[in-house]
Write a protein that binds this ligand. Structure first.
Ligand SMILES: [Ca+2]
Length: 272
C-alpha cells in the first residue's frame, strides 16, 4: 500500500497513513514489512474513519486575456474516499479575491474574477465527501495580463508553455531582453508550444530572438522578418498570423538550427 506522511513527527517517530478503503469490510492479512536493509521500529497502528484528502501538489499559475489559469497534480492520499472536485482560490494581500470549483477529473481551472494589472497567488484544495483539504502550497505571484500569450516574457519560468527538448533547453536567467529570464533552445528540434487564440485586431506576432528561431502555427512555419529594432544580442522579428485571426492554434517557437538561441517578449500587435 502507498504510505504518505500525516505531517506529525515526534523524536525519531514519523506518523504515516495508508488508504485501505479498497478493502473496507473485507478480511485481509495486514503485513508490516521492512523493505530496506536498515532496521526500523513501528508502533501504535490504528484504523481511522474516512478523512479529507491531502492538499494537491505542483500548483502552477499563468495569465492571459485578463484571467488566471492554474494547473496542479492530484494528491496521492485522497482520504479513503474519491475526490469529488477541487476549489481554486486567487489570493491578493492575504485575502481570497476569486474562487472557482471544478470537477474531480479536471486538473486545471481559469479564474476570470481577477483584475488585469493586479498580481495574485493561487492555491488549490481537494474535496471529498468528508470535506475540503488544506490549501496547496501557493503558486508564484503572477500579474494578470490582457495579452493573448501566457507568460510571454518567460518571467514565470516555463509556466503556460509545453516544452520539447532535444538537448538541454529551457528558461534561463543568463540572457534576457526584458525582465530577468528568456527562453533558450540549445539544439535543432527544441520547441516551446502554447495554445493561443490569435487576436483578430492584433494578428501580428512580434518577438525578440538571438538567432535562428522560427515561429509556427501548428506544423506550418511562418515567415519572420526583422522589424528593424535591435538591442545588444537581440533582434526583433515579426510574423503575420492574420490568416489565423480569431482561430485557436498551437503557437510553436522552434529552433531549426544546430546553434543555440534565445528568445523573449512575444506579443500580438496590430497590422501597420
Ligand atoms: Ca523576459
Amino acid at each position: 500500500m502507498t504510505s504518505v506522511k500525516t505531517g506529525r513527527a515526534e523524536g525519531i517517530w514519523t506518523q504515516y497513513k495508508a488508504d485501505f478503503s479498497a478493502y473496507a469490510g473485507k478480511t485481509i492479512q495486514l503485513v508490516i514489512n521492512n523493505p530496506a536493509v536498515v532496521s526500523t521500529y513501528f508502533d501504535d497502528l490504528a484504523f481511522e474513519p474516512v478523512m479529507v484528502p491531502d492538499a494537491p501538489t505542483a500548483a502552477v499559475a499563468y495569465s492571459k486575456l485578463g484571467s488566471g489559469t492554474v494547473t496542479w497534480a492530484q494528491p496521492v492520499f485522497t482520504g479513503g474516499s474519491p475526490i469529488t472536485g477541487y476549489t481554486v482560490t486567487a489570493w491578493q494581500n492575504g485575502k481570497a479575491s476569486d474562487q472557482t470549483e471544478v470537477g474531480a477529473g479536471t486538473l486545471t481551472a481559469t479564474l476570470t474574477g481577477v483584475k488585469t494589472g493586479s498580481s495574485y497567488t493561487f492555491t488549490v484544495a481537494a474535496n471529498n465527501k468528508t470535506g475540503r483539504s488544506a490549501e496547496s502550497a501557493p503558486t508564484a505571484l503572477i500579474q494578470v495580463i490582457s495579452g493573448a500569450i501566457s507568460n510571454p516574457g518567460f518571467e514565470y519560468g516555463a509556466a503556460g508553455w509545453d516544452l520539447t527538448f532535444v538537448n538541454w533547453s529551457g528558461v534561463t536567467n543568463t540572457q534576457s531582453h526584458g525582465g530577468s529570464n528568456s527562453a533558450y533552445t540549445r539544439q535543432s528540434g527544441s520547441k516551446f508550444t502554447q495554445t493561443v487564440t490569435v487576436p483578430a485586431e492584433t494578428p501580428i506576432l512580434t518577438y525578440w530572438a538571438g538567432s535562428g528561431t522560427v515561429v509556427q502555427a501548428g506544423n506550418t512555419a511562418m515567415t519572420s522578418v526583422k522589424t528593424g529594432r535591435a538591442e545588444g544580442i537581440w533582434t526583433q522579428y515579426k510574423a503575420d498570423f492574420s490568416a489565423y485571426a480569431g482561430k485557436t492554434i498551437q503557437l510553436v517557437i522552434n529552433n531549426p538550427a544546430v546553434v543555440s538561441t534565445y528568445f523573449d517578449d512575444l506579443a500580438f500587435v496590430a497590422k501597420e
